[in-house]
Design a protein around this ligand. Structure first.
Ligand code: SAH
Length: 241
């Protein structure tokens, strides 16, 4: 069953949103007295009993905790150059399934897609919804955050204190060699857009001690393949935590 999340801490009886109520009552055909696990804003899961089933506002009663907030073993953050719509959406969905904590859309110099402020807001909402759906579907206890669109420099300024792994097709040092760095703690993976990184971006990264460019092999992968392949490798190294 897909997970139900609520955006507040569960302390007493509460009402589900119309969307979740509809899902529980109409799709899953749950009735009064049935039990449903619900995860709250703090990542704690409660076994809850349906007090009143209603396809608009179902009333729930928390019975007991069944799961604690996920242990914080550090965050894996994916910063990815903007791609044409459906490709970026695909990356958001798969990255959420693989367990990233946050997805940072990056407006890089060689991005084919250029978003103005209004489109950035719309896209962010849409990507956030996709991340939430993917998290529910795969049984995560938390929802990855999709941040505002940042420039590459802003990514370095915001996340530059963490190790930033940059798969770069002109690098020869294999990702394997920096796996020890990514096994615990926070890590950022930064993937270029279809057009690749600009020389300026690579130069800016090379000035930062925390940034390392790595190779994913001799073949040039599509940006979305590179994103998901490197994430999967890093998650494997971290024991899929
Ligand atoms: N336009 C570029 C390729 C960009 S591929 C060119 O033709 O040269 C898109 C992104 O995927 C790259 O910016 C990089 O982050 C990643 N990528 C693709 N293949 C890679 C490889 N073999 N090693 C490391 N990163 C790779």
């Amino acid at each position: 069953m897909r997970k139900v999340f609520v955006g507040f801490p569960i302390t007493s009886d509460f009402i589900l949103s119309p969307e979740d109520s509809r899902h529980i009552v109409t799709v899953l055909r749950k009735r009064q007295g049935d039990r449903v696990p619900v995860t709250d804003a703090e990542g704690v899961t409660y076994e809850c009993r349906i007090k009143k089933a209603d396809s608009q506002q179902t009333l729930m009663e928390p019975l007991h905790r069944t799961g604690e907030r996920p242990e914080s073993a550090g965050r894996v953050i994916l910063a990815a150059g903007l791609l044409k719509n459906d490709k970026f959406e695909w990356v958001v969905q798969k990255a959420a399934e693989l367990g990233v904590s946050a997805i940072v859309p990056v407006q890089m110099e060689h991005c084919v897609v250029k978003l103005n402020d209004t489109r950035r807001k719309d896209r962010r909402l849409r990507w956030q919804r996709i991340a939430q759906e993917a998290a529910k579907q795969c049984g995560r206890n938390d929802i990855p955050d999709v941040t505002d669109v940042l420039s590459f420099t802003e990514v370095l300024d915001t996340y530059g204190t963490m190790p930033v792994i940059i798969p770069f097709e002109k690098e020869t040092r294999p990702l394997r060699e920096c796996c020890a760095t990514v096994r615990t703690g926070d890590v950022v993976i930064c993937i270029g857009p279809e057009g690749g990184f600009s020389d300026g971006e690579i130069a800016a990264a090379s000035m930062r001690e925390q940034c390392q460019t790595v190779s994913l092999g001799p073949r040039i992968l599509r940006a979305e393949t590179a994103a998901i392949a490197s994430l999967a490798i890093i998650m494997y190294e971290r024991g899929f935590k």
